[in-house]
Write a protein that binds this ligand. Structure first.
Ligand code: ADP
Length: 482
């Protein structure tokens, strides 16, 4: 089975969020199921700066783009692991950010990712790799299916290619002015309500939803949620029409990387049955944030998150005063929207001895938070899958989550009577509901033996990619009719 993966970020090359963890780990897990995967990414400046060795596969691949000849270079990673190829077009990708700067998205993101998708299809032909399944991720790559349907409609090379579009986050749809069609060599006939039109804009994600042989999203719960108005982002009707072809496959964890017993970026290693190192990590974390270690063992709550409306930071800011009366400390690592950053910085000045804040994107720092915290707070308004709760579990850090999407699918409320469960949940998107869940967690934290049992449960959870990879492999097989 030959699979092509078009994705806009993948570890270790370029990352802004969970999509990169999927783009990096899933192809490797799939290759262990006997599936051959080739991954395609734009050659961002970030990839160049990492100094990862690359091999040039083609100097000038030429194709027709909006009536003009266009070229790109094609590179292959020599990093090992999955086969990864890069579309090299410096004018589009040699920039500071993947999608934009803190000031906002790049205005030409439509052409940037349409070019990536179109060029990646061309690259498949250059490599003579006709995929059984073309697996596109999110809006940045979904638009490839519009080219398959038009420029490549009669191309025998793709005759037996089936397609799968995975929606990692329905709220990001890639909406552009209608003129983007002409700019990117797509016919005007694709515009219209039964085409890519979405409230007088062009939706790249809609190309995936309409044209893919099948669809998937990253948890069962989210696959249901997006078929209803609350989280359907205006596309729920369309998704209901495709309900039969919409799967929900929970993401996984690359335990080769996310495991406190092998993690070299944390101050002390630890694991089930040898938990002492975790206390060392906690003390180091408090020091790093300049929070006092006052002798009492107060629980530390960690968060590692994009600063985006989705992530529930408004609840956190609202609840801060009450949170600190519970005797907890909070540490947040995040980057994103300037407004959220400002309100966190204001709060940090109000509660300097309880609240540690670091603005930035820092994977090693993130690991120190997973390792050194006692609890991990994820109050998301919605969460398609969520990876941070799964990483926390492995690091013995107990998730306190809102019961939505993949958070609801992966976290089971701890019951001290039966000893079952791996975390704490709340349903209503409201600060008092969140506080109640934290209170429960703090109460259990005060009973070290019970907390130890809960932590053992958490660390024993297995969300390895193999399970997800097997589900994807079955889905691919069903698409090609094997
Ligand atoms: P999303 O994809 O919506 O951002 P996920 O929970 O699926 O959320 O994935 C988030 C990923 O990004 C995790 O690997 C998390 O550790 C990482 N991450 C988020 N913010 C930061 C940050 N500021 N620094 C380092 N890693 C971060």
């Amino acid at each position: 089975m030959k699979i092509a993966f078009f994705v806009s970020e993948a570890t270790p090359y370029a990352k802004t969020g969970g999509l990169a963890d999927v783009g990096g780990a899933l192809p490797q897990a799939l290759s262990k199921t006997g599936t051959e995967v080739k991954v395609f990414l734009p050659l961002y400046r970030e990839v160049r700066q990492k100094g990862i060795p690359l091999l040039k596969k083609a100097d000038r691949v030429t194709f027709s783009w909006a009536g003009q000849p266009e070229t790109f270079a094609l590179w292959e990673s020599l990093e090992g692991g999955a086969s990864v190829y890069f579309i090299d077009k410096p004018a589009l990708y040699n920039r500071d950010g993947l999608y934009g700067t803190p000031a906002g998205d790049y205005p030409d993101n439509g052409p940037r990712f349409a070019f990536f998708s179109r060029a990646a299809l061309e690259a498949l032909k250059t490599l003579d790799f006709a995929p059984d399944v073309l697996h596109v991720h999110d809006w940045q790559a979904s638009i490839a299916l519009a080219y398959l349907k038009t420029a490549f409609a009669d191309d025998p090379f793709f005759r037996s290619t089936r397609t799968l579009a995975t929606i990692h986050n329905l709220a990001y749809q890639g909406l552009f002015e209608k003129s983007v069609l002409a700019e990117t060599g797509l016919p005007e006939s694709l515009y219209g309500l039964d085409g890519l039109e979405f409230f007088e804009k062009v939706s790249f994600l809609k190309a995936g939803i309409l044209y893919a042989t099948a669809l998937s999203t990253v948890s069962h719960r989210y696959s249901q949620e997006i078929q209803a108005p609350e989280f359907g982002c205006g596309l729920d009707g369309l998704l209901r029409q495709r309900s039969e072809s919409l799967a929900g496959i929970l993401n996984g964890v690359d335990y080769g990387v996310w495991d406190p017993s092998v993690d070299r970026d944390i101050p002390a290693d630890f694991g089930p049955g040898r938990i002492q190192g975790k206390a060392v990590c906690k003390q180091a974390l408090l020091r790093e944030f300049g929070l006092p270690a006052d002798g009492k063992d107060l629980p530390v709550i960690g968060m590692v998150t994009r600063l985006a409306g989705q992530k529930g930071l408004d609840l956190v800011v609202e609840a801060l005063g009450s949170l600190f009366t519970l005797g907890v400390r909070l540490v947040i690592l995040g980057t994103g929207e300037a407004g959220i950053q400002r309100s966190l910085e204001t709060a940090r000045r109000r509660f300097p001895s309880f609240f540690g804040l670091k603005i930035g994107f820092d994977e090693k720092f993130a690991r120190r938070i997973y390792a050194g915290s006692d609890m991990f707070l994820i109050p998301s308004r919605y969460e398609p899958c969520g990876l941070t709760q799964m990483y926390s579990l492995k690091y013995g850090t107990i998730p306190v989550v809102r019961a939505t999407g993949g958070l609801d699918d992966s976290i089971e409320e701890y019951d001290p009577v039966t000893g079952r469960g791996n975390g704490f949940k709340f349903a209503e998107y409201a600060a008092p509901a969140m506080l109640e869940a934290v209170k429960n967690a703090v109460r259990i934290y005060g009973r070290p033996e019970v907390w130890g049992k809960l932590r053992t449960n958490a660390m024993a959870c297995d969300f390895s990619w193999m399970r997800a990879a097997q589900e994807y492999a079955l889905l691919y097989q069903s698409l090609v009719g094997r």
